[in-house]
Design a protein around this ligand. Sequence first.
Ligand SMILES: Nc1ncnc2c1ncn2[C@@H]1O[C@H](COP(=O)(O)OP(=O)(O)OP(=O)(O)O)[C@@H](O)[C@H]1O
Length: 309
Amino acid sequence: MHESDPAVQIAGLVKRYGDKTAVQGLDLIVDHGTLTAVLGPNGAGKTSTIECCEGYRRPDGGTVRVLGLDPVADAARLRPRIGVMLQSGGIYQSVRAMEMLRHVAGLYANPLNVDELAARLGLDSCGKTTFRRLSGGQQQRLSLALAVVGRPELIFLDEPTAGLDVQARHATWELIEQLRADGVTIVLTTHLLDEAERLADKVAIIDQGRVIAYDSPQRLADTSREQDAIRFEAPAGLDLTALSIAVAPAAKASEPTAGSYHVTGEITPDTLAATTAWCASLGLMPRNLQIEQRSLEDVFLDLTGRELR
Ligand SMILES: Nc1ncnc2c1ncn2[C@@H]1O[C@H](COP(=O)(O)OP(=O)(O)OP(=O)(O)O)[C@@H](O)[C@H]1O
């Protein structure tokens, strides 16, 4: 493969289970060294797509190339170069945690330091415990450690922090950020908007087996900027003329209910300054002034008509 080829290239992917079409013509390109969060409601086709990339499922249509290779036909060449964290399973239940981590590290030429990695993920205290007896959160952190210990070029993580407590979630995010800073390409699925917002260079929103939006979290949120608002309270019946002129044409001012003022539209620092300057010109202190910005969550709701979970 050429360095300029994308790390992951999915074109027209179709995956069916009986008469159920889980993925229907999905396209996605992931560049080297980036972190892509695949976000979507339950059953959107995220896991099916990732499993086709990992070579665990054979596509029913379309093409998937990972590091320039076919994940099914070239599995033997691809496996040593990628790290995979599955949602469940794939781990021997009766092997002790640290033994497993050391064993897997030993399969790679240049693994991460096992003790450091275990300490970082809070696994050092459960080294002698078998996988079966680890708590759900510990099993998950061990799965993550196994996925990254070989220093893969590309890592697939299926809901890496689902069900983790706040502390473990932050430790996981820091590890993922470190890998990303080291130049590793990462594709993760998540239901968590804050996870996508914090970690991702690009967010792919998947719904009903297709990618319906793919951009940086910031740019996705910006696409619906016109619905931002400044809200505040002041004495009822003020003359809005000066404020309307100051915020036009990108925004407009209104008093939808007596004493409650809204400036809606594209809210920029200038719009905010014009609003407070108008208050100052009337000698007023606005009460409960709030800026409401569209979040990734609003964008998601707009696009899919659904909550994430
Ligand atoms: N092995 C299977 N057999 C039959 N149907 C399946 C199988 N795996 C997935 N499906 C169905 O395919 C659809 C997509 O599932 P998939 O797990 O890819 O979605 P997802 O976006 O990862 O969902 P979740 O967020 O719930 O994990 C769902 O309707 C699911 O029920």
